[in-house]
Design a binder for this molecule. Structure first.
Ligand SMILES: [Zn+2]
Length: 63
């Protein structure tokens, strides 16, 4: 999602210019919503646990 063309409801100027606190808050929030930022450590650990459980289940079934 690009925010270059997004217009602020508060100051009616492009959010990317950051002219008011609402713009700056929106800009910061959208910059933090990158795919890498969404992967927090807890989610990685949960994902790893699911993967280990799936492998264990698979190994158990084949034996
Ligand atoms: Zn604004």
């Amino acid at each position: 999602m690009t925010y270059d063309r997004l217009v602020c409801a508060n100051c009616a100027s492009p959010v990317s210019e950051g002219r008011c606190p609402v713009c700056r808050a929106n800009r910061e929030r959208m910059q933090q919503e990158s795919p890498l930022a969404g992967l927090n450590p807890m989610m990685l650990i949960a994902l790893l646990a699911v993967l280990v459980a799936a492998v264990a289940l698979l190994a158990h079934q084949t034996v």
